[in-house]
Design a protein around this ligand. Structure first.
Ligand SMILES: [Ca+2]
Length: 224
């Protein structure tokens, strides 16, 4: 019974330590697609709808520092994308494969998508696959998702999609449908799973010390 406080402290600490894990937001260093983007000459300028616009941060209302900014803290700022010309990807292909390359192999457990705000535009359903090999020979399908229908108001809100932690140097979004007119999106970034507890680490230490202190006191107190 004397070891009960220690066990309780460890148990509670581990419980808290596993309920909330911190992790930074991570941007890709490159992105490619098998789909043809809208012809540049039909819009405001060259490469206006190029796939590289997906990782530009150009029209986000608040920028992040890849690998540094805390994902949850950044998301709490409520950054939107204003749908500005020249900062979105667009294709008429209803199905498109979007392949992102990260700066190094790392464990990720989510992504954030700023889709299109215009009605009948934007990614609808998509599958997420991760890999550490560029030929995707070790590919792992981590989830299938559907976005919210664009409200037609213009600015696009962030949509977060979480999945089980998976090793990734490459992340592929296979778009399987759009919201009617075109497959478009403003920006994509990822969430790295750092595997360290957030605020709960403080609670863990406090409970561990309390448990150890109580056990030590019990050990030296006279026993009747
Ligand atoms: Ca963009």
């Amino acid at each position: 019974m004397r070891h009960l406080p220690i066990a309780a402290a460890l148990g509670l600490g581990l419980l808290c330590g596993t309920t909330a894990m911190a992790g930074p937001i991570v941007g890709a260093i490159d992105v490619t697609t098998d789909a043809s983007s809208f012809p540049a000459e039909t819009d405001a300028g060259p490469n206006d709808w190029d796939i590289s616009n997906l990782i530009s941060q150009d029209s986000l209302s608040a920028s992040y520092e890849s690998g540094v900014s805390d994902f949850e803290e950044y998301m709490a700022e409520g950054a939107t994308d204003d749908d500005a010309p020249g900062s979105a990807f667009g294709t008429f292909a209803p199905e498109a494969s979007l392949t992102f390359e990260l700066s190094s192999a790392q464990v990720i457990d989510g992504l954030v998508l700023w889709n299109r705000g215009q009605s009948e535009q934007g990614i609808r359903a998509f599958t997420v696959t991760t890999a550490t090999s560029d030929d995707f020979s070790d590919a792992e399908v981590v989830g299938q998702f559907e976005t919210m229908m664009p409200d037609g108001e213009g600015a696009a809100a962030a949509q977060i999609f979480r999945f089980d932690p998976a090793s990734a140097l490459f992340v592929r979004l296979d778009v399987t449908s759009n919201w009617g007119l075109a497959t478009m999106a403003n920006e994509v970034a990822f969430r790295r799973a750092d595997g360290r507890p957030e605020w709960a680490s403080t609670a863990f230490i406090v409970m561990l010390l309390l448990g150890l202190g109580y056990s030590t006191l019990r050990f030296f107190l006279p026993k009747y």
